[in-house]
Design a protein around this ligand. Structure first.
Ligand code: ATP
Ligand code: MG
Length: 420
C-alpha cells in the first residue's frame, strides 16, 4: 500500500494554494498598515517553553503536544501555538530595549494532537499578532481592529466579537475564593476534569462543555462582576475605543482563560455557521507572561486566528477568492528549428516578466493548442518552419480567435503592447 498523510494533516494542492496566498498577502498587508512587523520563529522549541508559557494545566500541555527527544537528548516540542515562541524571541533578542510598543505579527504552522474533524486538525496554521510594552486598552482595541479589518476586507460580515475581562492577579485571587466557595458544595457533581481544575485553575470550570457541569454552574459568580477599579477602567477603555472604531461587540462574561499571566481583556470572534469549531479567532492580554518566561515585566496583548477555519468560513459564506490569471503566452512550435527558437524566445519572455510556457511533451500542434487553452493562455505564439523562413510568427488571441502575423524581431515589444 502507498504511504498516506498522517491523520489530521492536509495537503494544500495547487487548486487551493492560491487561496492561501491571497489570505496570507492580505493579512501581511493589513498588519503592516497597522504598524505591525513580521516575526518568524522556528517550528520547534524546548518543551519547557510551552510548559511555562502555555501552562501545565491547559489541554495543550496536558494532552495535545507533539513532544520528542532529539538525537542530542533535548526535550523538543513542535509549536502548538505562536505566542510563547514570540515571547521567547522578544526576551532573547532584547526587543524590549527597542522603542515600545513592539508590534509583531506572524504566520505559522501549529501542531496539536487533537481529534481531527472539520476545522480541527493536528497540523494547522495560524495568523497571529502580539503587541508588547503597553497596557493601554487602546492597543487591545487595535489588535481586535486588525482581525476585524481583515475579515471585513475579505467580505466576512456575520461574525460576533465577544469581549470579557478576566481581571488581574489581585482581583482574581479574591474572586477565586468566592468562586471556590460557590463550587465547593457541588464538587462531587462536577466532571473529573473540573474536579482537578478546582484547586489549580478554578476559572476554567466556567468553560466546561459537559452538560452536567454547565447545569451545576448556572448561577456561578463571574470575574467581570468582581474586577478591581483598575481592571474596570481598562475594560471601559477597551469598550470606548471599540465604539470609536465602530466595531460592534457583545460582553460575554463566560470567556475565561484562567492562567495567572492572562489579564484583563479576553476576546473571541465567533462564526455562527461553522458549528462546534466556530471560534475563528481568540486572544487577549497577558501582562504576566513575559515576566513568567524570564523577561523584564512587560505587558502584552495579541490574538491567534486559525487559517483553515478562516477558509471554511469563506467557503460557508460563498465568498470567492480571485483566481490567479492564466498564462500570458503559450508558444506552440512544430519542427526542430522552431522548437529551438521556442526555447530561446520562451526564456527571453520569462526574463521580461511575462508568464509563458511551451510544450514539453512532443504534442501535435492541435494538442498544443488544447493545452494552451487549459493553461488559460491569453495568446499563443505559433512558430513553424515556414514562419521562421519569413522571420515571422503567428500570434493568436485565444479569447477572440483573431490571428495575425508579427515580425519575430519585434515579438517581445508587440506582446508587451498587447498584454498591457
Ligand atoms: P478551540 O476552542 O476551538 O479548541 P482554542 O481555544 O484551542 O480553540 P487557540 O489556542 O486560542 O484555540 O487558537 C487560536 C485559533 O486557532 C482558534 O480560534 C482556531 O481558529 C485555531 N485552532 C485552534 N486549534 C485548532 C486545530 N486543532 N485545528 C485548526 N484550527 C485550530
Ligand atoms: Mg483547543
Amino acid at each position: 500500500m502507498s504511504i498516506q498523510a498522517p491523520r489530521g494533516t492536509r495537503d494544500v494542492l495547487p487548486s487551493e494554494a492560491y487561496k492561501w496566498n491571497y489570505v496570507e498577502s492580505l493579512f501581511r498587508e493589513i498588519c503592516e498598515k497597522f504598524g505591525y512587523k513580521e516575526i518568524r520563529t522556528p517550528i520547534f522549541e524546548h518543551t519547557e517553553l510551552f510548559h511555562r508559557g502555555v501552562g501545565e494545566t491547559t489541554d495543550i500541555v496536558q494532552k495535545e503536544m507533539y513532544s520528542f527527544k532529539d538525537n542530542g537528548g533535548r526535550e523538543i516540542t513542535l509549536k502548538p501555538e505562536g505566542t510563547a515562541p514570540v515571547v521567547r524571541s522578544f526576551i532573547e533578542n532584547k526587543l524590549y530595549a527597542e522603542p515600545q510598543p513592539m508590534k509583531l505579527f506572524y504566520i505559522t504552522p501549529c501542531f496539536r494532537y487533537e481529534r481531527p474533524q472539520s476545522g480541527r486538525l493536528r497540523a494547522f496554521h495560524q495568523f497571529g499578532v502580539e503587541a508588547f510594552g503597553t497596557s493601554s486598552p487602546s492597543v487591545d482595541a487595535e489588535v481586535i481592529g486588525i482581525a476585524m479589518a481583515f475579515y471585513r476586507k475579505l467580505g466576512i460580515t456575520n461574525l460576533e466579537l465577544r469581549i470579557n475581562s478576566v481581571g488581574c492577579p489581585e482581583c482574581r485571587n479574591k474572586y477565586n475564593e468566592k468562586l471556590k466557595e460557590y463550587l465547593r458544595g457541588k464538587l462531587d457533581k462536577l466532571c473529573k476534569t473540573c474536579q482537578d481544575r478546582f484547586d489549580r485553575n478554578p476559572m476554567r470550570i466556567i468553560d466546561c462543555k459537559t452538560d452536567s457541569c454547565k447545569e451545576e454552574i448556572k448561577d456561578v459568580p463571574y470575574m467581570l462582576d468582581h474586577i478591581c477599579e483598575e481592571c474596570k477602567t481598562d475594560f471601559e477603555g477597551l469598550k470606548e475605543n471599540l465604539t470609536l472604531m465602530e466595531i460592534a461587540y457583545t460582553v460575554d462574561p463566560t470567556i475565561v482563560r484562567g492562567l495567572d499571566y492572562y489579564t484583563k481583556t479576553a476576546f473571541e470572534i465567533v462564526s455562527r455557521e461553522i458549528g462546534a469549531q466556530g471560534t475563528v479567532c481568540g486572544g487577549g492580554r497577558y501582562d504576566g507572561l513575559i515576566g513568567c518566561l524570564g523577561g523584564p515585566a512587560t505587558p502584552g496583548v495579541g490574538f491567534g486566528m486559525g487559517i483553515e477555519r478562516l477558509l471554511l468560513t469563506l467557503q460557508n459564506n460563498q465568498i470567492e477568492i480571485p483566481k490567479p490569471s492564466g498564462l500570458d503566452i503559450f508558444i506552440a512550435a512544430i519542427g526542430e528549428r522552431p522548437s529551438k527558437e521556442a526555447v530561446r524566445l520562451l526564456h527571453k519572455l520569462r526574463l521580461e516578466g511575462i508568464s509563458a510556457d511551451k510544450d514539453h511533451m512532443n504534442r501535435s500542434l492541435k494538442a498544443q493548442f488544447k493545452y494552451a487553452d487549459k493553461q488559460q493562455a491569453a495568446y499563443t505564439v505559433v512558430i513553424g518552419d515556414d514562419e521562421l523562413e519569413k522571420d515571422i510568427v503567428q500570434l493568436k488571441n485565444m479569447d477572440s480567435g483573431n490571428q495575425e502575423e508579427i515580425k519575430l524581431s519585434n515579438i517581445i515589444q508587440e506582446l508587451k503592447n498587447r498584454l498591457k
